[in-house]
Design a protein. Structure first.
Lengths: 330, 473
């Protein structure tokens, strides 16, 4: 069996779940910036409080799968994205502790809400920066990262960094439409209608720019043109519907369309990057650890992931339906 | 000024990991404590146990949150600061940490929401189950991470060919020589930490004459657990000492403060030294005669091996290891004395009225955390100059990241973590000052806890708000 390929699939699975699940948490956080009513902010945070921790855990899953199954890629990519990753971790830290601290702080709750929102925004921007940096390609010499830590301060990563928060805002808006009470529905709809076109256009610019500056992506378009074109057209259709979403749309529709945007985007990126794990310099097989290490990760994943998914679903089911206005404890 | 990237990477890792370990130590201990309390509540239906649960849950939730967000940092920091280490050790410790995430982190995260917010939705039985799952998650997490760290201390089960490491036997990696003793040592440390925290807060209320019922119950539980645990810890520590002496003699040589290949006989037990690493001697030393021979060799005249047995370039810094060990060991002895005193006072019926003892308990509130941190300093500084003992040196493991980047992120970490710890302490003190919330009596009066919550689940939120049974104070 081709173990590195299976490990890479599990890695992609964990990363996709992270992007989708923490995506709407971060999106809700970003949207806090545009909500001036304290009671509404309260309601928005309540809608993600019981399940955020599990959502965020998927990024650790992805990180340590990379460490265990592709140690060479881990040791190249982390120094390469040293600055955006550390800033992302600090921002996620602010976001995470704000869940607890804002409950404790009665007078200064709005300050923790700012920390929450800015933390979410910065984390999303840094993730976009890393994505752009990957599309730009990573310099490797002699199995070491050979570029500069400032390589991410270029047009492509910055455009992609600005695009991603809009994408997360689409997901966050969709989540709020699903979970929030009537009064917040207008806010949720407006967030989706505004964020979706910005995300689609900025992401589109980033893609075109990437084709221009990275010959490997250009050649991928030559060889997989039709598949990629299909993904792009579906992406355009989904974002078009989101841009014109009406108040009467089914509550789940925008959220599902938002998810499809991300699944399409991730599929396209995976298709372009394959078979490299460090884009355009190291392949999956070159970076893979020995088969004993791959086997342990995969056996663990095969047995435990279904259980994890089951009780995560249980947690979502327990907190199903509209978020109560008084919070979950009431 | 010339900045040294390797030193900066080490300081950054040491700072972030030291900060992090404070919170899991509390969460491991408090999660099990909360499970015990909820079990007692379900069994006896006494409202005081619900009060205790609610009170400590608030502090647990904050600590757990900080533990989560500072822990994520570590799972990336192996590569951020120590890329060569990650590349080499990844095949061995990566799968262990992946299993930790799968079996422990998800379990904790999945049930934490139910534990914090789900009592009214799922009823007390499933809620108790959730508390137990969180507690088990913290235990599993500790076992995996201790396994990975113990492998770095006493590596086994691997082969190395031109810089690439291959795992030959997972059993040997997982059950490496030091794991079996280091795991119970850490778990007991975490439980001791929680016991002294719980007892300390109870003692504070007794001194202030507030919340008597709550205070007596928590003080009783805290000192009882603390006494049993510290007795066990002394025993486990002694076995671990022997194991490390066998597998990492340089660490224990540094911990005792002797330089000579063979100390004088009988050997004293040093409490204060001024080591001079360059000249391989102590400038000053102060100890208790005979005690070194008795404690370390279990004989009256035994000699103790000094650090000169280890080649100079493979020695850890004696000062760090020695004082970290003294702090841990010293605190353990004070804890032992407190445990014995609590037994005596309980026997005399004066446990709740001896003000001097209550004050000692108040000062001992953070003792478990300090001792645990000191213990980790012994483990980690004593392993130097190796990052994987005998296989890879720390200086060779550092990432190709410029010193300026390392310095600026170190400053950022210090500033952000300072905000976290300040907020945690301010809010914890506020919770303690406010005291536990009174639980309305009808939870008991209705006869069944189930009936106390179930009928109000979804249909009438106002009644619940009035009834004031919110979980977190």
């Amino acid at each position: 069996m081709n173990l590195p390929l299976v490990s890479a699939c599990f890695l992609a699975f964990a990363l996709t779940l992270y992007v989708i699940l923490d995506g709407f948490d971060l999106g809700v956080g970003i949207l806090l910036l545009f909500q001036s009513e304290t009671a509404f902010r309260e309601h928005m945070v309540d809608s993600i409080t019981p399940t955020w921790d599990g959502n965020e855990t998927w990024i650790i899953m992805a990180g340590v799968t990379l460490l265990g199954a592709f140690p060479l890629a881990y040791s190249i990519l982390l120094p390469a994205f040293y600055l955006p990753i550390i800033l992302m971790l600090l921002a996620l830290g602010f976001r995470g502790v704000s869940f607890e601290f804002r409950v404790q702080s009665k007078q200064h709750r709005h300050r923790w809400d700012v920390a929450f929102a800015v933390g979410s925004l910065v984390a999303a921007f840094m993730q976009g920066l890393v994505l752009g940096g990957l599309m730009q390609g990573v310099k490797v010499q002699n199995q070491h990262f050979a570029g500069s830590v400032l390589d991410v301060v270029h047009s492509l990563p910055i455009i992609s960094g600005i695009a991603l928060p809009f994408g997360y805002a689409v997901l966050g808006g969709g989540w709020l439409k699903l979970k929030s009470n009537l009064l917040l529905q207008t806010f949720a709809n407006r967030s989706i209608r505004v964020s979706a076109p910005f995300f689609a256009i900025l992401f589109g610019i980033a893609c075109i720019y990437a084709v221009k500056i990275q010959p490997s992506i250009h050649s991928k378009w030559a060889s997989h043109g039709i598949t990629l074109a299909c993904l792009v057209s579906l992406f355009v259709i989904a974002s078009g519907i989101l841009t014109t979403i009406s108040e009467k749309a089914r509550p789940a529709l925008p959220f599902l369309l938002g998810l499809s945007l991300f699944v399409l985007g991730i599929s396209g990126i995976a298709l372009i990057a394959f078979p490299d794990i460090v884009p355009f310099s190291v392949t999956l097989w070159e970076a893979a650890s020995s088969s004993t290490s791959q086997t342990l990760v995969l056996v663990g994943a095969a047995f435990v992931t279904p259980v994890v998914l089951a009780y995560s679903a249980l947690a979502y089911w327990i907190f199903r339906g509209k978020t109560p206005e008084q919070g979950w404890e009431a | 000024m010339k900045l040294n990237p390797s030193l900066l990477a080490r300081i950054q890792f040491a700072f972030t990991v030291s900060f992090h370990i404070i919170f899991p130590t509390m969460s491991i201990g408090l999660a099990s404590f909360l499970a015990v309390i909820e079990a007692l509540w379900l069994k006896t239906k006494k409202p005081v146990y619900l009060e205790i649960y609610k009170f400590w849950l608030s502090i647990f939730a904050m600590g757990f949150g900080i533990g989560v967000v500072t822990g994520i940092v570590l799972s990336f920091e192996f590569g951020l600061g120590f890329a060569r280490f990650a590349q080499m050790a990844g095949p061995a410790i990566g799968p262990l940490i992946a299993l930790e995430v799968l079996t422990a982190f998800f379990l904790e995260a999945g049930f934490l929401g139910i534990m914090l917010f789900g009592l009214h939705r799922v009823g007390p039985k499933l809620h108790f189950f959730a508390t137990c799952m969180v507690a088990i998650g913290t235990l599993l997490s500790a076992s995996w991470i201790l396994s990975a760290n113990s492998w770095m201390q006493t590596p086994a089960g691997v082969a190395i060919h031109d810089g690439h490491l291959t795992v030959l036997s997972w059993r040997h990696v997982l059950v490496n020589p030091s794991w079996l003793y280091r795991l119970p040592h850490m778990l007991t440390a975490a439980y001791l930490t929680a016991s002294f925290m719980v007892a300390g807060v109870g003692a504070w209320y007794l001194l202030k004459g507030k919340h008597q019922h709550f205070a007596r119950r928590t003080l009783t539980l805290g000192t009882a657990f603390g006494t049993v645990l510290i007795a066990g810890q002394v025993f486990i520590g002694d076995i671990l000492y022997g194991t490390m002496l066998k597998y990492q003699p340089s660490k224990m040589q540094a911990a005792e403060g002797f330089w000579e290949t063979q100390s004088q006989s009988p050997a004293p037990y040093y409490w204060f030294i001024v080591p001079d690493q360059d000249n391989q001697r102590n400038r000053f030393q102060l100890g208790i005669p005979y005690l070194g021979s008795i404690w370390l060799t279990h004989s009256l005249e035994g000699r103790v091996q000094g650090l000169r047995n280890t080649p100079r370039d493979l020695q850890p810094r004696m000062g760090l290891v020695f004082y970290a060990f003294r702090i841990m060991y010293g605190l353990a002895m004070v804890m032992f004395a407190v445990g014995v005193a609590s037994l005596w006072l309980r026997f005399r019926g004066k446990l709740f009225s001896s003000r001097w003892f209550l004050w000692i308990l108040v000062f001992m509130t953070p003792s478990g955390i300090i001792a645990t941190l000191a213990g980790w300093y012994v483990a980690e500084t004593g392993r130097q100059p190796w990052v994987i003992y005998g296989i890879l040196r720390t200086v060779d493991a550092v990432s190709p990241v410029p010193a300026q980047a390392l310095l600026s992120t170190l400053i950022a970490f210090v500033c952000v973590y300072a905000v976290f710890i300040t907020a945690f302490l301010v809010f914890s003190f506020r919770i303690i000052r406010r005291g536990p919330d009174e639980v309305p009596p009808y939870a008991e009066a209705s006869g069944s806890v189930k009936n106390a919550f179930r009928p109000y689940v979804l249909d009438s939120p106002e009644r619940l708000v009035n009834s004031n049974i919110t979980l977190r104070s």
